[in-house]
Ligand binder design. Structure first.
Ligand SMILES: [Zn+2]
Length: 371
């Protein structure tokens, strides 16, 4: 079984991880390598659950911190000449020969093998951390939520995920991104009566019944809510419209799908009440159905462990607007933030890359905080 060299330069370790291809559903080889490397360390208790691995120190420290990252990547780019692929490649920065002055290209360079490399380097480096550490590596993050390896760990071995504070090493450009917005979806279903469009008065137009709802959505000004000192900007949008059957038929059915991204101070039920209030009378004569919801996560930056971490990193925390796995920790009552190397805007892109410097900086901050 491949074992990784955890004590090499952390950027070179990132390259080694990229070169073990791990598109979602094919995480076996990288999980094997991670498991073998962690077991070889000796100071961690290691548990494997499918292609997810949990490794813990057990030093009886007053606080326990979770460092989590996913092992999978999105599929390789298909455009010819793309550099965000496997195997990885290096580019040297002009006129600087230091090992930090390099850029690493490859699938997962940003999302998120740099973060995973930092986790592994810390696991090897910190035999006596000041806080107990739980390292979590999981599969199936880039696909449907019900396949998530982190969800599986939460369902099957929640006791292994206990802790005071969690950091997901997703790319944030070295910023601390706290909490996340929740997401909820609704369908507005309108019914009418089909007729030939040449004799429209014989029918009842279902598409037209969506008009008032669309007007209300377009007129709505999204709010910004402050939660634990961070400003969460909300969005409320019609996202899909379906209806009608032919160019000469009055439609008897139309459906508008609505997505609302709501601040973590609201529950999904609060979010539904709010949308019903915004849409008000426009919902008369149509059906309004909630189809899906996931609560957000409060940033929890007032927790002492979180506060001391933010102080060491030294940047101003920012809110996360998209839904992320921090919400799974939040649901367990564990405050969680994202903090990792690389620009999240490059994630999944054809030329995904990360600077060696960014990976070193992330490792340096976490090492300073935990030792
Ligand atoms: Zn990711």
């Amino acid at each position: 079984m491949t074992s990784l060299n955890l004590t090499q330069d952390v950027a070179d370790l990132t390259a080694e991880l990229i070169d073990i291809m791990s598109v979602s559903g094919h995480e076996g080889p990288i999980a094997d390598a991670v498991e073998a490397s962690l077991r070889a360390l000796g100071h961690l208790s290691v548990h494997r659950e499918g292609d997810a691995i949990v490794a813990r120190t057990d030093l009886g420290r007053a606080e326990r911190v979770i460092l989590a990252g996913h092992l999978d990547t999105v599929p390789l780019p298909t455009a010819p000449g793309s550099r965000g692929t496997v195997p990885s490649t290096w580019e040297k920065n002009d006129g600087d020969d230091s090992p930090q002055a390099r850029t690493l290209y490859g699938r997962g360079a940003t999302d998120m093998k740099g973060g995973v490399a930092v986790q592994l380097a810390l696991a090897a480096l910190l035999t006596e951390p000041t806080r107990d550490i739980t390292y979590v590596f999981y599969d199936h993050e880039e696909v449907a939520a019900d396949l998530s390896g982190l969800k599986r760990l939460v369902d099957r071995v929640p006791e292994l995920l206990s802790g005071d504070f969690a950091i997901l090493l997703e790319p944030t450009n070295g910023n601390v991104e706290g909490g996340c917005n929740g997401t909820i979806r609704f369908e507005v279903r309108a019914s009418g009566k089909a007729a030939h469009s040449a004799r429209a008065w014989m029918g009842e137009n279902a598409i037209h019944k969506l008009g008032p709802v669309l007007v209300a959505l377009a007129a709505h000004e999204p709010q910004t809510l402050t939660v634990d000192r961070l400003d969460y900007r909300e969005s409320l949008n019609g996202v899909i419209v379906t209806g009608g059957s032919a160019g000469n038929v009055i439609p008897d059915r139309a459906v508008l799908e609505i997505n609302y991204r709501f601040a973590p101070s609201r529950t999904p039920d609060d979010a539904e009440d709010y949308v019903r209030k915004v849409l008000g009378e426009s919902l008369n004569g149509v059906e309004f159905v909630r189809t899906d919801a996931a609560p957000g996560a409060r940033p929890g930056l007032d927790h002492p462990a979180a506060a001391s971490f933010v102080e060491v990193v030294g940047t101003t925390p920012m809110p996360k607007f998209g839904w992320t796995d921090v919400a799974r920790f939040s649901a367990l009552g564990i405050p969680a933030v994202n903090f990792g190397p690389g620009d999240s805007l490059l994630a999944h892109s054809d030329n995904e890359h990360v600077s060696a410097q960014a990976i070193h900086d992330c490792l340096g901050a976490l090492k300073a905080w935990l030792s």
